[in-house]
Structures are given as structure tokens and as C-alpha cells.
Design a protein around this ligand. Structure first.
Ligand code: MG
Length: 253
């Protein structure tokens, strides 16, 4: 990966713009999640929204990815390809989106239920989301990257869930993926020290069962080996002098 970049105030302003559009695109996706919709239909609305906002979908064509969003259902963890799969009542759907505008990217994700979902799926989604907030307690000047990683791991594993290790969060800015890597596991006190102006995407990927994953024959979609469900939550975060600023925050997410 590239070097860690520290953003100037001007760059941060541009990243806020990208972040707001990205967060709103996630909300568009969330609104679409309901029994009977296909993942292609969700992707189409997200694509339209991002373009209408004057931005470009970061994921479309990235490494050859064919969608504007990664839409991963149930046992799919990440990189679900939008297509004819129909979302059913009780499914959980992870919507990962990125938007590029003014030379900068935003990146965020959330998992949403279709219709009525089970108590255990509600809990999986909530623990995944909360683990992000446990992690960003350490997204502060002077902390190290693995302080975030460790906080996420401690929290998630205390519920008996597991975390994906093969895929990690990342720096973000002019490039969708920049240094440093931000793992969701590990001992504290390792990795780069956080400095003001760094922007990182923190994204716990949580599995209800065992942490083993595999990639489907489509070369993209990552699924759980044991078939258990997975949830994913992500925001783009700015390191400041004080509390971290979430650049992809929507009020209700
Ligand atoms: Mg990401």
C-alpha cells in the first residue's frame, strides 16, 4: 500500500463532501431493503443517487467490480455482486458504498434487515455497529492503529461472535484504499501512531459463527464457511485534535 497521507484542511473539506454523499447513498440502500427486492434493484438506486449528486461510484469498475455497491446477503460477508438474488423476509443485507467527488473518496457500510428479522440477527447487527464505536474511542492522536483493532475484537468476541481477519479497514483519501491497514483484531500498542489529519475507514466484519471465510467462484463474494450470518459496519473517520469526526455519519445510522 501507499504511504500514510495526512490531509490538509482543504482536503478535509473535500472529504466531508464525499463523506456526506456516501452516507446518503447508504441510506438510499437501506430504504430499498425489503422482501422481494433484488440486489440489482438496490444497486441501481444507489448508482442513480450517487450520479445525481455529481459523484462517481467508487466501487464501479474497481478491480473490475461490476456494481456501484457491494450488497451481501446473510452468509455473504463482503463484496456481494448486485444481481438477480431476491431479498427475502428475515434476510440481513449489508450495503457497502463508496462515492468519489472532488478528487476524494468516502466509504461506508451498514447491515439492514428485510421485514421482520430474528432477535439473534438484530443482536448481531447491533453488536457489529457498536464495535465500530468501541473502536473509535481509540481513534485519537497518540493512540496506535491496533488500539482500535483490539477494542473491536474485545467487544465482538465477548458476545461469542468472530471477526474476519483476511479483510481489513484502511486509510482513504485520493485513493479508495490507502495505508495504513486497520485490522479488526490484534494486541494493542502496535502499528502506526495516529496523527491529526489522517483519514481511515474502520469496518468490523462480524460472523455469528466461526471466522473462516471463502471466496465464491465469481472471484468476489466472500462467504462464511459454516454458513452462519455476517454483518458489516463501516464509516470513514477523520483524526482530529479531539474527538474523531465521522465523515460518513447519517443521524440514524
Ligand atoms: Mg472500506
Amino acid at each position: 500500500m501507499s504511504m500514510i497521507t495526512v490531509k490538509t484542511p482543504r482536503e478535509i473539506e473535500l472529504m466531508r463532501v464525499a463523506g456526506r454523499i456516501t452516507a446518503a447513498a447508504r441510506s438510499v440502500g437501506r430504504e430499498m431493503v425489503s422482501p422481494g427486492v433484488t440486489t440489482h434493484e438496490i444497486d441501481r438506486e444507489i448508482h442513480k443517487f450517487i450520479k445525481k449528486s455529481g459523484a462517481v461510484p467508487s466501487f464501479l469498475g474497481y478491480g473490475g467490480f461490476p456494481g456501484s455497491a457491494c450488497i451481501s446477503v446473510n452468509e455473504e460477508v463482503i463484496h456481494g455482486i448486485p444481481g438477480p438474488r431476491t431479498v427475502n423476509e428475515g434476510d440481513i443485507v449489508s450495503i457497502d458504498v463508496g462515492a468519489y467527488i472532488g478528487g476524494y473518496h468516502g466509504d461506508c457500510c451498514g447491515t439492514f434487515g428485510a421485514g421482520e428479522i430474528s432477535e439473534e440477527d438484530i443482536k448481531l447487527i447491533e453488536v457489529t455497529r457498536q464495535s465500530f464505536f468501541e473502536g473509535i474511542k481509540y481513534a485519537k492522536v497518540g493512540c496506535r492503529i491496533s488500539d482500535i483493532s483490539h477494542a473491536i475484537q474485545e467487544y465482538v468476541e465477548s458476545f461469542g461472535y468472530s471477526l474476519v481477519r483476511e479483510y481489513v479497514g484502511h486509510g482513504i483519501g485520493r485513493n479508495l484504499h490507502e495505508a495504513p491497514e486497520v485490522p479488526n483484531y490484534g494486541d494493542p500498542g502496535h502499528g502506526p501512531r495516529l496523527v491529526k489529519g489522517m483519514t481511515i475507514a474502520i469496518e468490523p466484519m462480524v460472523i455469528m459463527g466461526k471466522r473462516d471465510v471463502l471466496v465464491l467462484d465469481n472471484d468476489w463474494t466472500v462467504v462464511t464457511v459454516d454458513g452462519s450470518k455476517a454483518a458489516h459496519y463501516e464509516n470513514t473517520v477523520l483524526i482530529t485534535d479531539g474527538e474523531p469526526e465521522i465523515l460518513t455519519m447519517a443521524e440514524d445510522l
